[in-house]
Design a protein around this ligand. Structure first.
Ligand SMILES: Cc1cc2nc3c(=O)[nH]c(=O)nc-3n(C[C@H](O)[C@H](O)[C@H](O)COP(=O)(O)OP(=O)(O)OC[C@H]3O[C@@H](n4cnc5c(N)ncnc54)[C@H](O)[C@@H]3O)c2cc1C
Length: 457
């Protein structure tokens, strides 16, 4: 019988890889988690700088009590550290004709809100009576929302929401892949309002006692969670370890080649989990699984530039009493949106200062994501002046760029993922934010699923 260095090698130390590796370790497997960068967490990167706490990736997390990520937050003893967003964090502003309008959170505020015209509101309410689509054809999110709720709701409710989650355009995304809940509500309940009503009734009946923190983070940022997970992995996780090649061994299992400290090393394992971006997984699988590799490489990603801007409080006339601002495409702004980072959680900016995180780029502004630093700074400050009435120079400005920020669940995505999974030998599994959802919780869950599949072999 072949002897391996470990049961499973997990390639990629982002949240998906951590989900896979921690699950396997807990269930008694020997694991090596290999990460090419110098830190674990991937997109989850918190960086302190001059008294500001910058989130280069996620600013806040949304995890339901029964999701595996919450179980691991408990398991690693950091549940008590959770800080929910401040009370005003629920307010989100949407830009319409230059005004920041609060997103209505109740029926009464919806009726009063100028975010949609009366015509737009009446069209949205008609959704209740619109029959479900029955042709079984895949459609874009834009098409779905236009069909059920009308053009105005698409422009001022769904489009900004899609910018905030996918940095994308509703006409590019597949409704079934990007927002399966909407498609399923139509399929199973005849419409979205009907589906929401049925969920509400079910929730009331189940009287769930699980506490649900809503959006949250930690005092030291999302990186605090990564540190707790890193401590759990201990020496079983290695950074600066880039997997460059692999082969299937005659006796079964894999020999994986990695670059570490400019040297080449080989380790062997019975199973392999690739928890990288889709194109990176495609690159690694390339030599042996050409078809699957090409499918992985064809998944598009939105690029993003995140800009961190610190101001003295008195320079900002807006009260910053909310989560932030979303800019619909129809408003033709150069930024996707702004998060009021220092309003969300304490300790994000020095005393007397505020921290704003501004997103530029995405699918609708790919060129802007690659603009020169000076141009980006000029654009961002100009937009902040217009939107938030900020006067004068910032005290702090920093840019972080992600070439592959968010995978795009475009038309055909579900079928592509099905074919990718079907093309894998049983001992190779995939995890990542391009499989089951782009949120941290869903990416983590994809890692847990990969681990469970390996454990069931
Ligand atoms: C700017 C931004 C804001 C976001 N905001 C939120 C938010 O507020 N809330 C939320 O829930 N989600 C948010 N997300 C999404 C979420 O953060 C990501 O979807 C998730 O963290 C991705 O995790 P992952 O493990 O799948 O991928 P990654 O984090 O990309 O990890 C993959 C890892 O694989 C490594 N790797 C690649 N190739 C190799 C190789 N050959 N050898 C070894 N290692 C390799 C990479 O270095 C990387 O560390 C945001 C994302 C971004 C970019």
């Amino acid at each position: 019988m072949a002897v391996f260095d470990c049961d499973t090698i997990v390639v990629g130390g982002g949240i998906s890889g951590l989900g896979a590796a921690m699950t396997l370790k807990k269930r008694g497997q020997t694991v090596r988690l290999l990460e090419s960068r110098g830190y674990l967490g991937g997109a989850m990167l918190t960086v302190p700088d001059q008294g500001y706490l910058l989130e280069f990736g996620p600013n806040s997390l949304m995890v339901t009590p029964d999701e595996p990520l919450m179980q691991w937050i408990r398991e690693t003893g950091i549940e008590g550290h959770i800080i929910p967003t401040s009370g005003t964090g629920k307010n989100r502003f949407v830009l319409r004709e230059g005004n920041l309008l609060p997103l209505p959170l109740s029926v009464a505020s919806f009726i009063r809100s100028p975010l949609l015209s009366w015509k737009g509101k009446l069209r949205l309410l008609k959704e209740w009576g619109i029959p479900p689509k029955t042709d079984g054809m895949e459609e874009t999110l834009g098409h779905f929302v236009r069909r059920r709720f009308g053009e105005e709701a698409l422009r001022y409710l769904m489009d900004p929401f899609v910018k905030g989650i996918y940095a994308s355009d509703p006409d590019l995304l597949s409704v079934g892949a990007a927002f399966p809940i909407l498609r399923d509500m139509e399929r199973h309940h005849g419409g979205v309002f009907r589906g929401m009503l049925s969920r509400l009734i079910r929730k009331k009946k189940s009287r769930s006692t699980n506490s649900y923190p809503g959006l949250f983070s930690f005092p030291a940022g999302v990186g605090e969670m990564v540190s707790a997970f890193e401590a759990y992995m201990g020496d079983d996780a290695g950074v600066h370890a880039e997997v460059t090649k692999w082969t299937m061994m005659e006796e079964g299992g894999f020999q994986v080649g990695l670059q570490y400290d400019d040297q080449e090393y080989y380790i062997t394992s019975r199973n392999l989990v690739l928890a990288t971006s889709a194109p990176d997984a495609g690159e690694i699988l390339g030599p042996f699984l050409e078809g699957t590799s090409e499918l992985l490489k064809s998944i598009p990603y939105a690029p993003l530039a995140s800009c961190y801007v610190g101001f003295s409080r008195e320079k900002v006339t807006h009260p910053l009493d909310g989560f932030g601002v979303l800019c619909p495409t129809a408003e033709s702004r150069k930024i996707l949106g702004v998060i009021f980072s220092s309003s969300l959680f304490p300790g994000r900016a020095p005393e007397g200062k505020v921290l704003l995180t501004v997103f530029v780029g995405g699918m609708t502004g790919q060129k802007l994501a690659h603009a020169f630093d000076e141009d980006l700074e000029r654009i961002v400050l100009g937009e902040l002046k217009d939107l938030l009435g900020i006067v004068g120079r910032p005290d702090f400005f920093r840019i972080h760029r992600w070439e592959r920020a968010i995978p795009q669940y475009v038309l055909g995505h579900e079928d592509r993922v099905r074919r990718i999974r079907a093309g894998l030998p049983p001992h190779i599994r995939l995890a990542g934010n391009y499989l089951e959802g782009v949120s941290v919780a869903k990416a983590f869950a994809s890692g847990v699923r990969a681990a469970e599949e390996i454990l069931s072999l």
